[in-house]
Design a protein around this ligand. Structure first.
Ligand SMILES: Cc1ncc(COP(=O)(O)O)c(C=O)c1O
Length: 427
């Protein structure tokens, strides 16, 4: 209600926005008083490697997407430093379209395209913003989008900008996708639009693979274009590490491939790859790139080095998979539930409330020196606990052994109710 306050000669709104925010700090923010700096916003210090420092103590870290161990690879560190020394962090100034184009940006794009088996590629400053913008640029009011229900936030948020109709299919469920494609086709016939199907290559929470082979097969029955977010598959999946499409042998059926450098690439930035004219369309229409500064040169120089290492040092991917297989096998052998993962992403599912989950993670960190990510309600259903482990090429089999023992003991304590509490304790 509007109220006129005579003494101040002003109108006051009944609700103050800040008061509203303070009352509801958001799904994770609601726990900030108990968990800030520990469960959320923890400070991992020291060089990026499996053993890092947390609150002054060495911990074995399983929460960094440094799949190939490139973050601290000596050749990468050297290239990053040389790139910064030669060009500074500012060059080039301006957006790509205006004044931010360089030969090295173009060289990196050509090399990325060749690596993933597409005619062309275009760099993005950040994966998240890039994907939001890709969806915004690709589809308009008359088009129809069909997407997986467990799609990453960047896909969901891209769809927030989309004014047309969308249909969500049950996660990786091909019957559901088929049904939604029937609806989408009927609608597109009426509107005169096209259909875009969006999925991830590797689902980053559960580690299962987008069903790319079956999705691609549906192209025989339906007319649609396929956009794949392969953030976790790039560098880890497929014979050469080109990603999940290579793993399934469906490179040609994936029309638009997206990945970030923030995971295997251990850097920042991202790219999108497709046919040449589509990439050119995106270059001229991606608002996140047209209205933002070009990726700084040290990032480009660093990404070129990372790509070269991915292609010339296959032992990194082999090491990664040795650790992945040992970790996943070991966790299963001690009776833990790792769901349907087929990728390095290793979820461990347990049952318990939020306070129990935090007490267990506290025990893991303080008494077993294991640092991993924790996901609880409301991100996942009530009563479930998800601890996510990310193995890398630079972990060792001793690290794996230590972790499996720690998880087996902590899971047993959880079962026995030793972590039970009604309320989260303050750290
Ligand atoms: C599936 C997926 N897509 C996109 C992104 C965003 O990438 P970036 O960190 O480069 O913004 C992430 C990273 O969290 C991701 O997991």
């Amino acid at each position: 209600m509007w109220e006129f306050n005579e003494s101040f000669n002003q109108y006051f709104l009944a609700v103050d926005i800040f008061d509203k925010l303070r009352k509801s700090m958001g799904p994770i923010g609601q726990y900030y008083k108990e968990g800030h700096g520990y469960f959320a916003f923890p400070k991992l210090e020291g060089e990026i490697k499996p053993w890092m420092t947390f609150r002054g103590k060495e911990v074995l870290t399983w929460s960094l997407n440094n799949y190939l161990g490139l973050a601290n690879h000596p050749e990468v560190r050297k290239a990053d430093a040389e790139g910064a020394a030669q060009y500074g962090m500012a060059y080039p100034m301006g957006a790509r379209m205006m004044s931010g184009q360089t030969k090295l940006h173009e060289e990196l794009e050509a090399k990325l395209a060749a690596f993933v088996g597409k005619p062309a590629a275009y760099l993005l400053n950040y994966g998240y913003q890039g994907m939001v913008s890709i969806i915004d640029a690709l589809v308009s009011r008359n088009d129809v989008v069909v997407y997986d229900s467990e799609s990453h936030a960047c896909i969901i948020d891209g769809l927030r900008l989309f004014p047309g109709k969308r249909f969500v299919y049950a996660h990786n469920d091909m019957d559901s996708l088929r049904k939604q494609l029937i609806h989408a086709t009927r609608l597109a016939e009426k509107t005169g639009g096209g259909i875009l199907v969006i999925t991830e290559g590797v689902f980053g929470m559960a580690g299962d693979l987008g069903n790319l082979k079956d999705i691609a097969a549906l192209k025989k029955e339906f007319s649609f274009r396929l956009l794949v977010d392969d953030a976790h598959g790039f560098g880890t999946m497929g014979k050469t590490g080109a990603g999940t499409a290579e793993h399934f042998g469906v490179e040609d059926e994936v029309d638009i491939l997206f990945s970030t450098f923030a995971k295997s690439g251990a850097g920042i930035g991202a790219f999108v790859a497709a046919e040449e004219d589509i990439v050119m369309y995106l270059a001229y229409n991606l608002r996140s790139q047209i209205f933002a500064k070009s990726l700084p040169m040290p990032m480009v120089v660093g990404a070129l080095k990372r790509l070269e290492i991915m292609q010339t040092q296959p032992q990194l991917k082999e090491n990664l998979w040795t650790i992945v297989n040992a970790l996943q096998k070991g966790l299963k052998e001690v009776g833990l539930d790792i769901g349907k993962t087929e990728s390095p992403v290793t979820p461990v599912y347990m049952k318990g409330n939020v306070p129990e989950a935090t007490n267990m993670v506290f025990d893991l960190r303080e008494n077993y020196s294991i640092f991993c990510s924790i996901v609880v309600y409301p991100v996942i259903p009530k009563g479930q606990i998800l601890l996510r482990l990310i193995p890398t090429a630079v972990h060792t089999l001793d690290d794996v052994k230590l972790t499996i023992n720690a998880f087996a003991e902590c899971a047993q304590k959880l079962k026995e109710g030793k972590y039970y509490a009604e309320k989260m304790s303050q750290i």
